[in-house]
Design a protein. Structure first.
Length: 75
C-alpha cells in the first residue's frame, strides 16, 4: 500500500459518481429545485440502500442549507 492509496478512495459504482456530480452541480449553482431533489434522491436510492459516500454527499447539501449558502427553489 502506498501513500496515494491512503489518500484517494476508489469509486465503487457509477451511482457514487452520479451522486457526487449532482451534488457538485447543486452546490456550484447555489440553489436546489424540486427537480434537482428528485434526481438526487432517485440516484441515491437506485440500489436500494444509502452508501457512506452518498450520505457524505447529502450531508454537504444539508450543511449548505443550514448555513444559508443554498437556496431552495420551487418548494
Amino acid at each position: 500500500m502506498n501513500y496515494q492509496t491512503l489518500i484517494y478512495k476508489t469509486v465503487n459504482s457509477e451511482a457514487e459518481i452520479g451522486v457526487k456530480q449532482i451534488v457538485d452541480r447543486i452546490l456550484t449553482s447555489g440553489s436546489m429545485s424540486r427537480q434537482d431533489h428528485t434526481l438526487l434522491t432517485s440516484t441515491v436510492f437506485a440500489n436500494g440502500d444509502i452508501k457512506d459516500e452518498d450520505r457524505r454527499q447529502i450531508n454537504r447539501i444539508v450543511d449548505h442549507m443550514q448555513t444559508g449558502r443554498l437556496k431552495l427553489l420551487d418548494w
